[in-house]
Design a protein around this ligand. Structure first.
Ligand code: G16
Length: 553
C-alpha cells in the first residue's frame, strides 16, 4: 500500500521553514503579514491533499487572499467539496500542522492520517487561486510545492475572486451528477449567473440610474469588467477603484469594509443625489449598497438590509404561488450575527415573520445554520452572505405548480433567483445582481428599499491591544467572559442608554479587538461606542497611540 513520501515531504518542508510565529486558523483561515506565510502555504498544500484523500478524492480548494485587509496581509483558507468552508474539526489539524517544527511535518501528517483513517493510496485533487495581492504568486508557489510533495494532482486557476474559486470547486465536484452546478471554468461562472440575470431582468419594472461599482482596487474590479458582456443591457454600470497595479490602493479608503465601518462613501467616488453606489471588498465576497438622499445625506444599505429584502420577497412569492413541498410550506429562515442591527432582526421576526437564528461571526457558522431551512438566507451586516435553496425547493419551483399567470411568473422569478445567487458562498457580484433583480421586480428604488425598517444608530470601532486572544466570549460572542470583569464595565455603560447594546470580541482576521454599539440616537450610539472602546484601551491592554476620540472612563 502507498505511504506518505516522507523524505520528499521533509526535504520540501526544509525549503519552506517555519518562522518563529504561532499560527491560528481564524474566522476565514490563516491571515497574517504575507511574508510570514510561506511555511503555512506549503503545509496547507499538504493538508488539502489529505482532505481530498479523506473525502473519496473529491476536489478541495484553496483561496489565497486577505480579503478586506491591506496588501501587506495575506491568507489562505481551504474549501470543502460543495464550496463550503473547511469542516471545523479540520481547523485543528490545520493549526497543528502549521505550528509543527519543520522536521516533524511528515509525522504530523501521519498522525492526521491515523486520526482520520485516511488511506494514502487514494488519489487527491486540489485547486488553488489567489487575488491580486503582491505576495500572492510566491505563496501559491509554496502551496503547489506542498500539494505536489504529497503527490496530489493540483490545478492553479491563477487570479480569481474568492467566490469564483468556491464556484469552481462545487462545479468540479458535481459535474455529471443530477446536482451539476455549472461549467467549472471562469467563463462557466459568468455564463451561468449572467444568463439567469438576463432572464430574471425581463420581470424588471425599475429603470435604475447608472450603478457606480467600487472594485476596492482588488480582484473584483477586473473580474466585474470581464462579467459585463454576459449581463445584457438592462442595467448600466460604471466601474471605479480598479487600479490593481498600485498595491497600496487595495481596500484603501474604498471597498465594502471601508464603507460599512466608516459609514461613508469611498474616496474618489462621484456621488450626487440620485446616484447609486455599490462597493465590493478586496476579494469580492462582500457587498454594500448606498445612495445620497435628496438632502445630501449618505444612506447605506448593508447585509442586514439585503437579508430583509430577500427574505420578505422569497416569503411573499412563495405564498403568492402557494408553493408547497412534500414537507408543507417552504421554511424560509434568516441567519444573523451579533452585528445585525436590532431593527433588522425585529423587522424579520415581527413583520416578515420568519425565524432568525443568531450565530458567531464567520460565514462558516452562518452557512451551516442556513442549511437547516428550505430557503436559508444568511448575511452578516458587513455584506457577506448568500441564500441556500434546498433541493426540494428548487424542484418545486421548477415543477411550476402555479395556476394563475401571477403564480407562474412568481415561480419563474424564484427559479431564476436560484441561479443568479451563488449558493456556494457569499459573492459580492452575484448578490448585487440578485438585489437589483428583486428591486426591479418590485419596481422599487434604493430609496424605497431603505424604507423597509429604520435602523437603530450603530457604530463599530477597532482597538489595538497587546493580546487579542486574552478576550474570550460566550452567547454568540455577545458577552466577554475574559478578561474577568470587563463585561461588567461594559454592562454598566450600556445601562445608561435607551435601547443601548454593545459587545466586544477579538477579530479572527485582524490583530485587533472589535467594539460594536447601538443606541437610540446617533449621538448616544457614538458616545457608547467611544466609551466602550476607551474602557478596552485603557483597562485591557490597549497599545500604540490612544485614539483621541476614545472616551475616558
Ligand atoms: C471574513 C469572514 C466573515 C467575517 C469577517 C470578519 O470575511 O469570512 O465571515 O465577518 O472575516 O471577521 P472578524 O470580525 O473575525 O475579523 P472576509 O471578507 O475578510 O473574508
Amino acid at each position: 500500500m502507498a505511504s506518505i513520501p516522507t523524505e520528499q515531504v521533509k526535504d520540501a518542508s526544509l525549503k519552506h521553514p517555519k518562522p518563529n510565529t504561532t499560527f491560528t486558523y481564524g474566522t476565514a483561515g490563516f491571515r497574517l503579514k504575507g511574508d510570514l506565510l510561506d511555511s503555512v502555504m506549503y503545509r496547507m498544500g499538504l493538508l488539502a491533499v489529505l482532505r481530498s484523500k479523506k473525502l473519496n478524492s473529491k476536489v478541495i480548494g484553496a483561496m489565497v487572499t486577505a480579503s478586506h485587509n491591506p496588501d501587506q496581509d495575506n491568507g489562505v483558507k481551504l474549501v470543502d467539496p460543495l464550496g463550503e468552508m473547511l469542516e471545523q474539526s479540520w481547523e485543528l489539524h490545520a493549526t497543528h500542522l502549521a505550528n509543527s517544527a519543520d522536521v516533524d511535518v511528515p509525522s504530523v501528517l501521519a498522525s492526521i492520517c491515523t486520526a482520520e483513517s485516511i488511506s494514502w493510496s487514494a488519489p487527491a485533487h486540489v485547486v488553488v487561486a489567489r487575488d491580486t495581492r503582491s505576495t500572492g504568486p510566491k505563496l501559491v508557489g509554496a502551496f503547489l510545492d506542498g500539494a505536489r510533495a504529497a503527490g496530489g494532482d493540483v490545478t492553479d486557476y491563477g487570479v480569481f475572486t474568492t467566490p469564483q474559486l468556491h464556484y469552481v470547486v462545487r462545479a468540479l465536484n458535481t459535474k455529471g451528477t443530477p446536482e451539476a452546478y455549472g461549467v467549472p471554468t471562469e467563463e462557466g461562472y459568468y455564463k451561468k449567473i449572467g444568463d439567469a440575470f438576463k432572464r430574471i431582468m425581463k420581470f424588471g419594472k425599475t429603470k435604475f440610474p447608472t450603478i457606480h461599482v467600487d472594485g476596492a482596487n482588488g480582484v473584483g474590479a477586473p473580474k466585474f469588467k470581464a462579467f459585463l458582456p454576459y449581463l445584457g443591457d438592462s442595467v448600466s454600470f460604471s466601474a471605479f477603484n480598479e487600479d490593481i497595479t498600485d498595491f497600496s490602493k487595495l481596500n484603501n479608503k474604498c471597498g465594502a469594509d471601508f464603507v460599512k465601518v466608516q459609514q461613508k462613501q469611498p474616496e474618489n467616488f462621484p456621488m450626487t443625489p440620485g446616484t447609486y453606489g455599490v462597493s465590493l471588498d478586496g476579494d469580492a465576497d462582500r457587498v454594500i449598497f448606498y445612495f445620497v438622499k435628496k438632502d445630501g445625506t449618505f444612506r447605506m444599505l448593508d447585509g442586514d438590509t439585503i437579508a430583509a429584502l430577500l427574505a420578505s420577497t422569497v416569503s411573499q412569492l412563495s405564498q403568492l404561488a402557494s408553493l408547497t413541498l412534500p414537507s408543507g410550506s417552504p421554511r424560509v429562515g434568516v441567519v444573523q450575527t451579533a452585528y445585525a442591527n436590532g431593527a433588522s432582526t425585529r423587522y424579520l421576526r415581527e413583520t416578515v415573520r420568519v425565524p432568525v437564528s443568531m450565530v458567531p461571526t464567520g460565514v462558516k457558522h452562518l452557512h451551516h445554520e442556513a442549511e437547516g431551512f428550505d430557503v436559508g438566507i444568511y448575511f452578516e451586516a458587513n455584506g457577506h452572505g448568500t441564500v441556500l435553496f434546498s433541493e426540494g425547493f428548487v424542484k418545486a419551483v421548477k415543477e411550476r405548480g402555479g395556476k394563475t399567470p401571477e403564480q407562474l411568473a412568481a415561480l419563474e422569478f424564484l427559479e431564476c433567483l436560484t441561479d443568479v445567487i451563488n449558493q456556494a458562498v457569499g459573492d459580492a457580484i452575484s448578490d448585487m445582481l440578485a438585489v437589483l433583480a428583486v428591486l426591479a421586480y418590485k419596481g422599487w428604488s434604493f430609496e424605497q428599499w431603505g424604507e423597509l425598517y429604520t435602523e437603530v444608530p450603530n457604530r463599530q470601532e477597532k482597538v489595538k491591544v497587546a493580546n487579542r486572544l486574552a478576550f474570550k466570549t460566550t452567547n454568540a460572542e455577545q458577552e466577554l467572559v475574559e478578561p474577568v470583569g470587563s463585561q461588567d464595565r461594559i454592562n454598566a455603560e450600556v445601562a445608561k442608554y435607551k435601547n443601548g447594546r454593545s459587545f466586544v470580541r477579538p477579530s479572527g482576521t485582524e490583530d485587533i479587538v472589535r467594539v460594536y454599539a447601538e443606541a437610540d440616537t446617533r449621538e448616544n450610539c457614538d458616545k457608547l461606542a467611544y466609551t466602550v472602546a476607551g474602557i478596552i484601551f485603557d483597562h485591557y491592554g490597549g497599545v500604540g497611540d490612544r485614539p483621541a476620540h476614545f472616551v475616558k472612563n
